[in-house]
Ligand binder design. Structure first.
Ligand SMILES: *Cc1c(COP(=O)(O)O)cnc(C)c1O
Length: 415
């Protein structure tokens, strides 16, 4: 409300789009993780959303971090108070300089899925603890990764033999069922393959001690995924405790998706001119909604998730005509929503029902905007990135989040 007033008064920042990050939600996701997967340590996939407060909170909760580049490793270590052993360099295809630098920084655990990578590691970081990333079925996921990464099972014997020949320390297996996995049953086959890889490695003289079950966890399917995963681990790794096999995962989306919402301001509107109806009969294609809204974030910004992460977003009215309350009797009409850039690919929503009373200056809200949004946003056409406003959540959780963050800060000071 205040923002709209300030914007009307000429305050330039008042109408900017912004995220609200609920750290309490991240905390709750962690509690959910620990309750369902108590023996699997999460290594948060930094690429999903490298927000500094999310990283701090997860560090304070004892999570590790999955980094894919020098930049991500530095970002995590620069926080302070995080030992490099809490990082897995989970990119199977790394530049020589990145491997060398990881070694310098004390990051030893890293993945590989091809023989060339073994030669590179032997040259640049021979003390590394290597994790073999195997190929698993990713056909049940929004973003398939198998096209690019993962050693087919048929290549595993030759890869471990080559590692042995080079005198390298291979410590375990990882996989990724694909990001945004909508059929958790795939974890079962992936664990079976991991077991096979453990056995192949044992025949080559390795005793693996790390099982990394990757990411892919979807918020609403998490409990089911956890169940499938634990059943398969129980079946194929019944002796994991006696053999000191550590199980870790690399969740990204699961931790942050629901924690961030975006508020965007309607900066322009194209609608039939009401008294004459002149624009109804325009030359625009007849299958297009007749009302078009233009908001101040788009697919070149936060909504890049529509293009890169195959998401469909669902707008709702945050405020209309100075009120947070929109009466249910308010008539709606089919509308489209567009981003601010001059490119026509910049469409946020091609068809949605919105109140006909919406006007320039009103606000739209979008939930589930925490995963693969901010991190890949550009400033194309001179539009700035939307800033983040933080909340600790409500009730008991807020207090616990505050305690965790304060405790972590104290620990940082001492170390
Ligand atoms: C992207 C990625 C993840 C995170 O995946 P989510 O689906 O967001 O959980 C984990 N591990 C690796 C290697 C990745 O590339």
């Amino acid at each position: 409300m205040e923002a709209t007033q300030l914007a009307n008064d000429g305050e330039p920042d008042a109408e900017k789009a912004f995220f609200v990050a609920d750290l309490g939600q991240v905390y709750k996701q962690h509690q959910r993780w620990v309750s369902r997967l108590p023996e699997i340590t999460p290594y948060y996939a930094v690429k999903c959303n490298p927000d500094p407060y999310v990283l701090r909170l997860l560090a304070s909760l004892g999570a590790g971090f999955d980094c894919a580049s020098n930049g991500e490793i530095s970002q995590v270590l620069n926080i302070g108070g995080i030992d490099p052993s809490r990082i897995i360099f989970a990119n199977p295809c790394k530049a020589n300089s990145f491997i060398r630098n990881a070694g310098k920084m004390g990051v030893d655990v890293m993945t590989f899925d091809n023989a060339d990578e073994l030669y590179k590691v032997a040259r640049t970081h021979p003390r590394a603890k290597l994790v073999l990333r195997i190929l698993t079925d990713d056909s049940k996921s929004l973003c398939q990764l198998g096209l690019k990464y993962g050693a087919p099972m048929g290549t595993v014997p030759a890869l471990v033999a080559k590692a042995k020949e080079l005198g390298l320390d291979v410590v375990g297996v990882s996989f990724h069922v694909g990001s945004g996995c909508y059929d958790p049953s795939v974890y079962s086959d992936a664990i079976l393959r991991a077991r096979e890889a453990f056995d192949i490695a044992e025949r080559a003289g390795y005793e693996f001690s790390l099982l990394d079950v990757g990411g892919g966890f979807e918020d609403d399917l998490f409990e089911r995924a956890a169940e499938v995963l634990m059943e398969a681990i129980e079946e194929h790794f019944p002796d994991r405790k006696d053999r000191n096999i550590r199980v870790i995962a690399e969740p990204g989306r699961f931790y942050v998706s629901k924690a961030f919402s975006l508020a965007a301001n309607i900066i322009a509107r194209r609608a039939p001119i009401s008294d004459s109806g002149a624009e109804v009969a325009s030359t625009r294609r007849s299958d297009q909604p007749s009302v078009m809204y233009y908001i101040n974030d788009g697919v070149y910004g936060a909504f890049n998730c529509i293009l890169f992460d195959h998401q469909v977003v669902h707008p709702y009215v945050l405020s209309m005509n100075g009120s947070f309350h929109v009466p249910s009797s308010e008539p709606v009409c089919t509308s489209s929503i567009w981003g601010p850039t001059c490119d026509s690919i910049d469409c946020v929503c091609s068809k949605t029902e919105l109140p006909i009373g919406l006007r320039v200056g009103d606000w739209l809200g979008f939930d589930n905007m925490g995963a693969y949004t901010i991190c890949a946003a550009t400033q194309f056409n001179g539009f700035q990135l939307s800033k983040v406003v933080y909340t600790l959540g409500a009730g008991v959780v807020a207090g616990e989040v505050r305690n965790k963050l304060v405790g972590f800060a104290a620990l940082q000071k001492r170390s």
